[in-house]
Design a protein around this ligand. Structure first.
Ligand code: ATP
Ligand code: MG
Length: 397
């Protein structure tokens, strides 16, 4: 079982490369599904379904070739299937604030709902072992980043807030409802949240298990795109998700002679060198710019040959782990691979059993295991690309 994410800035080629990977893996005999998390879904366009479009049902797994399925999430359908009570509560809440019914319905599409729905599917497919590989075509970087932090955010919510809210709603709710005239969630809402959380149980472990899940960052040989790739790289590391390849797409072919493009080619070459230095030892795969758009199975197959050549796309292309906990001389250390940062912009804070790491504008809450949460002191040190966080002494003794 494998899960491979394709993430990167808007327009770099994520959907094309995810689709090409899917074709290659299905041709090798792996039962494959490509799921799109992109609001502007284009998987069905890329596969050029033709007549098949009449049978196509958005929201469900749809077979496009032998061994190959695609699925694009349909938020309306998800709402009805998985979000009933929660959705009902939010729209009644918005309704009473004077927003009209239709707008309330639109607004109550809770942020992150689509991503959480995707996590349901991943969890279900993994548990039922439906496919050999799940390929995820992510939305442009920002949203993909939010998506991977959802399991942690939910865990945090369930641990820290959920019980308190439930108690408050039970005892204070009826009064608040009368005085302020706002609806307070009832048992059914809380049951629905608990149920939703239940459906996600275990998915966080699947995502941080590098033998199952890896990310391939798609990028282009351009300054701004590379900057964003660096940011994404660091963020995935911080969220303990392994990156096993960088895919450098849209490289001008070597034999180009037209002087107009020679300068482009020179710039691209220096960006590629830069990328190899930056991301080493994670391998950078080079993919040329084709002489036209990529769609239809023939083109996708050519693209997959260009990316993977003789390699099995399900292999873990780089095997190191971004996150480790080790014990040395009786003290625990957490090691997080965090390239591209300097000492100054890392900030550590512990609040009871929670460690908050802040790097520039990014923040990660880690719920610490008991034996680490009890440590007296926590220190951070840099060695090479690794952030070493040491936990020393027991707090209570
Ligand atoms: N190597 C390539 N050669 C030629 N065209 C390419 C190549 N890679 C991608 N394209 C084309 O570039 C366009 C954008 O690619 P694609 O839709 O895969 O990007 P994306 O990263 O998924 O975009 P979005 O962020 O909007 O989802 C498409 O028209 C695609 O056919
Ligand atoms: Mg796309």
């Amino acid at each position: 079982m494998r899960i491979i994410f394709f993430a990167g800035k808007g327009g770099v080629g994520k959907t094309s490369i995810a689709a090409a990977t899917g074709i290659k893996s299905s041709l090798m005999g792996y039962k494959t599904i490509i799921i799109s998390l992109d609001a502007a879904h284009s998987l069905s366009d890329i596969f050029d379904l033709g007549e098949g479009l009449f049978d196509y049902h958005k929201g469900k797994a749809f077979q496009v070739l032998d061994n190959l399925f695609i699925q694009e999430l349909d938020i309306q359908e998800e709402l009805e299937k998985n979000w009933g009570e929660i959705y009902k509560y939010f729209s009644s809440l918005l309704n009473t604030t004077g927003i009209d019914e239709i707008l309330a319905e639109e607004l109550s599409i809770i942020p992150g709902m689509e991503e959480v729905s995707l996590l349901f599917y991943i969890n279900r497919y993994v548990k039922e072992n439906t496919y050999d590989v799940i390929i995820l075509d992510c939305a442009p970087t920002g949203e993909a980043l939010r998506f991977i932090s959802i399991p942690t955010a939910l865990e945090w919510y369930m641990k820290k807030l959920f019980r308190m809210e439930k108690t408050l709603a039970k005892y204070v709710g009826p009064l608040a409802e009368r005085i302020y005239n706002i609806p307070v969630p009832g048992e059914r809402y809380f049951d629905a949240v608990a149920d939703l959380f239940g459906k996600l149980k275990g998915v966080d472990e699947v995502l941080v298990n590098p033998r199952i899940t890896t990310v391939r960052l798609v990028t282009n040989p351009e300054k701004i795109v590379l900057k964003e790739t660096q940011r994404a790289f660091m963020y995935f590391c911080l969220n303990r998700i392994s990156i096993d390849a960088i895919i450098m797409n849209r490289i001008l072919p070597e034999d180009i002679k037209d002087p107009y493009f020679l300068n482009w080619r020179k710039d691209q070459l220096s960006r590629m060198k830069e990328a190899e230095n930056l991301f080493s030892p994670v391998p950078v795969f080079r993919v040329k710019l084709f002489d036209g758009e990529i769609f239809g199975t023939d083109r996708l197959r050519q693209l997959s040959d260009e990316i993977y050549k003789g390699i099995d796309p399900l292999d873990r292309l780089y095997k190191d782990e971004p996150y480790k906990i080790i014990k040395e001389n009786g003290a625990y250390q957490m090691i997080i691979k965090l390239p591209f940062i300097t000492r100054e912009n890392v900030d550590l804070k512990r609040i009871s059993d929670e460690l908050i790491i802040r790097i520039g504008g990014m923040k990660r809450n880690i719920l610490l295991p008991r034996h680490l949460a009890d440590a007296k002191t926590i220190e951070a040190k840099y060695k090479g690309q690794d952030l070493f966080i040491s936990f020393k002494g027991e707090q209570n003794g």
